[in-house]
Design a protein around this ligand. Structure first.
Ligand SMILES: Cc1cc2nc3c(=O)[nH]c(=O)nc-3n(C[C@H](O)[C@H](O)[C@H](O)COP(=O)(O)O)c2cc1C
Length: 235
């Protein structure tokens, strides 16, 4: 039994990486982990040369990565949330899976799980990855999400920035209550003189949000890993 993890996070040892690895460990199977930003996997060019071969003609790392996908009983794909969507690294990989779909759908029957980390819209990303893998005939065992570190916590400008990213998640811009203030309680505090788009004002209370400090999130990753294991054994 073999399970591979594929991360579309460019950050070293990111929360996305941690959760994918926790799921892999939870499977107790033989595993391999790949980080797309360390590889060269470009987007699909819609040439349709893969239709009868199920092989992409682009000469990059997807050539061997697609073989790893094919050999695996289960795959775990994770991404950070960038501009409300999966990272471009993740999107390019997902697009390239198109080559494996035509006629025979050679990824059909594989188990899969998804991970997305973000500040506000990560569940959309996790579900989007799941839908894309389901389109390749895969059986989605679990879609998980976690809250990550907003750029403002680590960019270096921090509290002195007039923009302050959490204002971009405000009701004024989105028309929705995305729950960011509640989800980051204890991490930052908007100060009374904060005025979205005019004068950002906040206090950063904790600089980094790590899933390793969140036992429920880590337990969910382990649980998905165990579910993959059980499903692999029953098939
Ligand atoms: C270019 C960029 C765009 C981002 N856009 C969003 C966004 O639209 N929504 C969101 O929830 N988080 C956004 N974030 C924050 C990331 O999702 C957050 O930093 C997350 O923790 C990254 O996960 P990782 O550490 O596992 O890579 C953005 C970060 C970057 C660098």
């Amino acid at each position: 039994m073999k399970v591979i993890g594929i991360s579309g996070s460019p950050t070293k040892d990111s929360n996305t990486d941690t959760l994918i690895k926790e799921i892999l460990d939870g499977t107790g199977a033989e595993t391999e982990f790949f980080k797309l930003p360390d590889l060269k996997v470009g987007p699909c060019i819609a040439c349709m040369k893969c239709v009868y071969t199920n092989e992409c003609i682009i000469d990059d790392d997807f050539k061997w990565l697609s073989k790893k996908v094919l050999e695996a009983d289960a795959i775990v794909v994770g991404s950070p949330t960038f501009y409300g969507a999966a990272s471009a690294f993740t999107k390019a990989f997902i697009e390239r899976l198109f080559s494996m779909r035509h006629i025979k759908c050679i990824t059909s029957g594989k188990l899969a799980a998804t991970v997305a980390v973000g500040v506000a819209s990560e569940s959309m990303v996790s579900e989007w990855i799941g839908n894309a893998l389901r389109a390749g005939g895969m059986d989605i065992v679990g879609n998980m999400t976690a809250k990550g570190t907003p750029g403002c916590f680590v960019c270096g400008v921090g509290e002195s920035c007039h923009y302050a990213i959490w204002n971009a998640y405000s009701k004024e811009l989105t028309g929705m209550d995305l729950g960011v203030e509640a989800a980051y309680e204890g991490y930052f505090e908007l100060l009374p003189d904060n005025k979205p788009y005019q004068h950002g004002s906040a206090k950063i209370l904790k600089e980094y949000r790590s899933v390793k400090d969140e036992p429920d999130v880590m337990a969910e990753a382990e649980r998905i890993g165990k579910m993959i294991r059980e499903k692999m054994e029953s098939e």
